[in-house]
Structure formats: C-alpha cells, structure tokens
Design a protein around this ligand. Structure first.
Ligand code: ADP
Length: 223
C-alpha cells in the first residue's frame, strides 16, 4: 500500500500516520520529521531548513525532493509500502514525486485529503506537545500525558514546536492553502483522491480508512 497524506498543518496527518503505520505495518515518511532531525544534528541541510521552518515558510522544493528521492531509492523498508506525510506540498513536488515513483515502479494507490476547519486546526496546533526523544504526539486538552511534560511512551521530555505559535500557525495555514490546493486537483485527475473529514478524532478517521481497505481496497473515489 502506497499512500500520500494531504492536509493542512494540524489536520492530523501525523496522528493518522502513526495509527496506520501500526495497523498496516508500512513505513511512515514525514519530511517535517526528517528536517527536524537534520536540525537537531546541526547538519548543513538542517541549518538551511531551519531558517524557513522557523518562519513558517516552505523549504525549497529541490531540498525536500532530494531527501524523499534518497529515501525511496535506498530504504529497503519501502517494499512493504509507505505513507508520505507532509510531502508533496507543492505541485512541483507532486510532479517530481510522480517521476521518482514511476522510475521505481511504485505508483501510488491512494491520496487521502484530510479536510478540517480553521478553528479546529488552531486549537489542535496551539495545544500540541511533542516528545523530544521519540516524537510521540500529545495535546494539552485532547490527549494530555499522564505526567505533565513527560512522554507516556518513553519518558522523554515534551516540548512545544517553535513553529506552533499563533503567528506562525497563521502563516503556515496561508502557505498551505496557496501551495497545496493545486495538488488536490492533480491527484483528483489521477482518480486516486479520497476525501476524509479530519475534524473527526484520529481513531475515527483511522476506522474510516481501514473500512475502506476492507471493503475491497481498490475502489477509488473522486472528490
Ligand atoms: P506541519 O504539517 O504541522 O506544518 P511538518 O512537520 O510537516 O508540520 O512541517 C514543518 C515544516 O517543515 C513546514 O512548515 C515546512 O517549513 C517544512 N517542510 C516539511 N515538509 C515540507 C515539504 N514537503 N516542502 C517544503 N517544506 C516542508
């Protein structure tokens, strides 16, 4: 199963990806996570990416596309399938991904478009906390950790992403709407786009997706 997850920041791509990874056993590839890892390691790529990420802007297409191409052509685990989370984010990235997957003979099965309303997104991002150590996601109100500031999964410290502040959230939403909408049309034309209501909780969303796979798994709906 090869899937692309589309959706605004806070639409719940990350949470759905973790649930699907566990139930389908496919690789979760998040460009945001890869970039944050580069920043943590203080690599040249990380230093370059940080300037964009802190402003809520997109990292240049060539940089992220190279990261994805490297992953798809070198990571053996993609044989079982994969889920792309946060990529593609521009039409150029979508077109390049198409070429990369064609060359690798691994076409996409589905693109899920997670649609949610702005108030829900702002509430989700404002309360989001992430484990510094294992990346597990929490929410101050919707999914609080058992112990304040401590990860339930590994005991690591929780932090608020620097780009999860109101001003940067607003920029990210604007950037998303401008740059990502054409991608929805791109995949709708390919007939692999499926619309999901991501104002729902991630477990409900996961059930919708799993039901879809169980009900034949091959019928692809247009928006
Ligand atoms: P979110 O979906 O919550 O914005 P991500 O973790 O996917 O978070 O991305 C965080 C930041 O990393 C983005 O705001 C952007 O600066 C950068 N980024 C991630 N993926 C891409 C991409 N495909 N193209 C360009 N920039 C990206």
């Amino acid at each position: 199963m090869r899937i692309v997850l589309l959706g605004a920041p806070g639409a719940g791509k990350g949470s759905l990806a973790v649930l699907l990874k566990n139930s389908l056993g496919i690789l979760h590839i998040s460009t945001g996570d890869i970039l944050r890892e580069e920043i943590k390691n203080n690599s040249p790529l990380g230093k370059q990416a940080k300037e964009y990420i802190d402003r809520g802007q997109l990292v240049p297409d060539e940089v992220v596309t190279k990261l994805i191409e490297h992953k798809i052509t070198t990571d053996k685990r993609i044989e079982k399938g994969f889920m792309l989370d946060g990529f593609p984010r521009t039409l150029k990235q979508a077109e390049d991904l198409d070429r990369i997957l064609k060359r690798a003979n691994k076409p996409l099965d589905y693109t899920f478009n997670l649609e949610s309303t702005t108030p829900v997104i702002v509430q989700r991002l404002g309360g989001r906390r992430v484990c510094k150590n294992c990346g597990a996601l929490f929410h101050m109100k919707n999914k609080p950790p058992k112990k304040d500031g401590v990860c339930d999964v590994c005991g690591g410290n929780l932090y608020q992403r620097p780009d999860d502040n109101p001003a940067t959230i607003e920029t990210r939403l604007k950037v998303y709407l401008e740059a990502t909408k054409p991608i929805v049309d791109f995949y709708a034309k390919k007939d692999i786009l499926i619309k999901l209501d991501s104002d729902l909780e991630s477990e409900e969303l996961q059930d919708q997706v799993l039901n879809l796979f169980q009900s034949g798994g091959t019928h692809k709906k247009k928006v």
